[in-house]
Design a protein around this ligand. Structure first.
Ligand code: FE
Ligand code: FE
Ligand code: ZN
Length: 276
C-alpha cells in the first residue's frame, strides 16, 4: 500500500480536487492553500468539504500535504514581509481545520543575508506565535536545496528550528528528494547513510511526508530544478529504493515533477508498480 499523488489545482474546490486525484490514480495529493505567489485565499464551502471528506474516506486517502505559498518568508529582514508570513500561516492553519488531521508544508524561508542563526530564530519565533495546542494539523518544514540564502539546506538547520518550537508535537519534516540531492545528500549511492543521518539529527519518526522529484542537476548543486521521475540525475533505481525502503513506508508521496495530468497519471502508475 502506497499513498501517492501529485499537486492538484484548488481552483474548483475540495470535492473537485478529490475527483481529480482519483482520475490520476492518486490516493493523496498536494494543493496550494492560495495562489502560490500569495494573495487572498478562496472562501471555503463547508458543503464542498463534507463531500470531499466522504470521498476521501470511501477511497481510503492518505493524509493530504497542503503547500504554503512560495512567497511566504518567515525569516525575511523586512517586518512587513514577516507579518505577511504570520498572517498567511495563521489563516491557512484555520482553513486546514476544515479537513482535520492533515499536513501543512512550508519552505522555512530565506535569511537574505541576516545569517542562518537569525533566520532560524525568526522562523521558530513565528511558529511559536501561530501554533495552537488545539490544532489537529501537523506543520511540516520542507528540506531545501540551499539555493541562495535558504534555511533548511541541511538536517541540522531544520532540527535547530524544531528544537526552538514549544508545541514540538505539532511539527514534522517533509523530505524533498530533489532538494536533499541538490543539497548534497547522496540518496543514489548512500540512501542508508542519509536516512541514518536524518534519524540521528532529527529522528525518522518526525519525517511525515515525501516530495518525490528527480533533479536536473548534480549532487550538491544547490539549484532546485525538478525533473520527471527517472529522467534526471537521481534516476529510477534510486526512486524505487526510496519508495520501497522499510523505514519510509506509510508516508504520503507527492510528485512535484514538471508534468501535465497525463504525465502525473503515468508516474503514479509507474511508482505503484515499482512499490512492492
Ligand atoms: Fe516545496
Ligand atoms: Fe518540494
Ligand atoms: Zn523544489
Amino acid at each position: 500500500m502506497i499513498y501517492i499523488g501529485s499537486h492538484i489545482s484548488a481552483a474548483k474546490g475540495y470535492e473537485a480536487m478529490g475527483k481529480q486525484a482519483l482520475k490520476l490514480g492518486a490516493n493523496t495529493f498536494a494543493f496550494f492553500t492560495r495562489n502560490p505567489r500569495g494573495g487572498k485565499a478562496k472562501e471555503i464551502d463547508p458543503v464542498d468539504v463534507e463531500k470531499f471528506l466522504a470521498l476521501a474516506k470511501e477511497h481510503d486517502f492518505g493524509k493530504l500535504v497542503t503547500h504554503a505559498p512560495y512567497t511566504m518568508n518567515a525569516c525575511a529582514a523586512k517586518e512587513d514581509i514577516r507579518r505577511f508570513a504570520r498572517e498567511t500561516l495563521e489563516d491557512d492553519l484555520k482553513r486546514m481545520e476544515f479537513t482535520p488531521g492533515n499536513y501543512y508544508n512550508f519552505h522555512p524561508g530565506s535569511h537574505v543575508g541576516q545569517g542562518a542563526d537569525v533566520g532560524i530564530d525568526l522562523i521558530a519565533e513565528l511558529l511559536n506565535e501561530v501554533l495552537k495546542p488545539e490544532q489537529t494539523t501537523t506543520v511540516l518544514l520542507e528540506t531545501m536545496a540551499g539555493k541562495g540564502s535558504e534555511i533548511g539546506r541541511n538536517f541540522q538547520e531544520l532540527q535547530s528550528i524544531l528544537e526552538r518550537v514549544t508545541l514540538r508535537e505539532k511539527m514534522g519534516v517533509c523530505l524533498d528528494t530533489c532538494h536533499i540531492w541538490d543539497g548534497g545528500y547522496d540518496i543514489v549511492n548512500d540512501l542508508e547513510g542519509v536516512l541514518a543521518e536524518f534519524d540521528q539529527i532529527i529522528g525518522l519518526e518526525h519525517l511525515k511526508a515525501i516530495h518525490m522529484n528527480d533533479s536536473m542537476n548534480s549532487l550538491g548543486s544547490h539549484k532546485d530544478r525538478h525533473e520527471k521521475i527517472g529522467q534526471g540525475q537521481i534516476g529510477l533505481e534510486a526512486m524505487e529504493r526510496i519508495i520501497n525502503h522499510p523505514k519510509l513506508q506509510g508516508r504520503p508521496v507527492i510528485l512535484e515533477t514538471p508534468n501535465d495530468d497525463e504525465g502525473w497519471a503515468k508516474e503514479i502508475a509507474m511508482l505503484r508498480n515499482l512499490h512492492k
